[in-house]
Design a protein around this ligand. Sequence first.
Ligand SMILES: [Zn+2]
Length: 250
Amino acid sequence: MITDTVAGNEPAQTAPDAEHVRIFDTTLRDGEQLPGASMTFNERLQVAELLDAMGVDIIEAGLPVASNGDFESVQEIARRSKNSVVASLSCAAFKDIDLCDEAVKPAAQPRIHTFISTSPIHMKYKLQLEPEEVLQHVYDSVARTRNWVDDVEWNAEDGTRTEFEFLCRYVEATIKAGASTINIPDTVGYTTPLEYKDLFERVRATVPNSDQAIFSVHCHDDLGLAVANSLAGVAGGARQIECTINGLGE
Ligand SMILES: [Zn+2]
């Protein structure tokens, strides 16, 4: 759902609707990953149909690399959605990005959401890469994704534990590579509202091309603060909220 710019606010340069807070529902991806919450193919289609009819701006339909079932349901949701952008999640590997594109391609408004960990602890132990290597990887993966779709969201996994200087460099590089939405998630559910608000304000003020992207919150509820943090992120300038029906999932 697109609404007019709020009266009194300066329109951002990205789009006439830049002040609109987008609802990005990830019940079918993040929610569905919760043990006991997995859905059948038909249940997934029913949920997607309801979200589409409700006017949710973006539906994250799944992680195609996870299984054939995920791939097929993303593809079918992409085919059927009438109003919503249909997003599909991918890690930064080229073959996963390409698979993701195949799944989401039938959508009238396809989006690919690609992620890589950027915190020191994740880069060292999970990716086993140096920060400069991650930076190159980030740029290349976003550029690859832009070969397939215009609407690319980049996700700095473990963003709230990422070193600020590096986070800003990653964000700048991904916007240059063509990402139009930047997601800075609180992956380990560790931030607090003032800190998260401050993070968005500082990143937007520091990154020179930040006005060319929409910033997104994605909060986990380990400390029971996911809703408060999400609202604080919006107060800090984020204009997309990633959430699930009934807070299902992390
Ligand atoms: Zn999540």
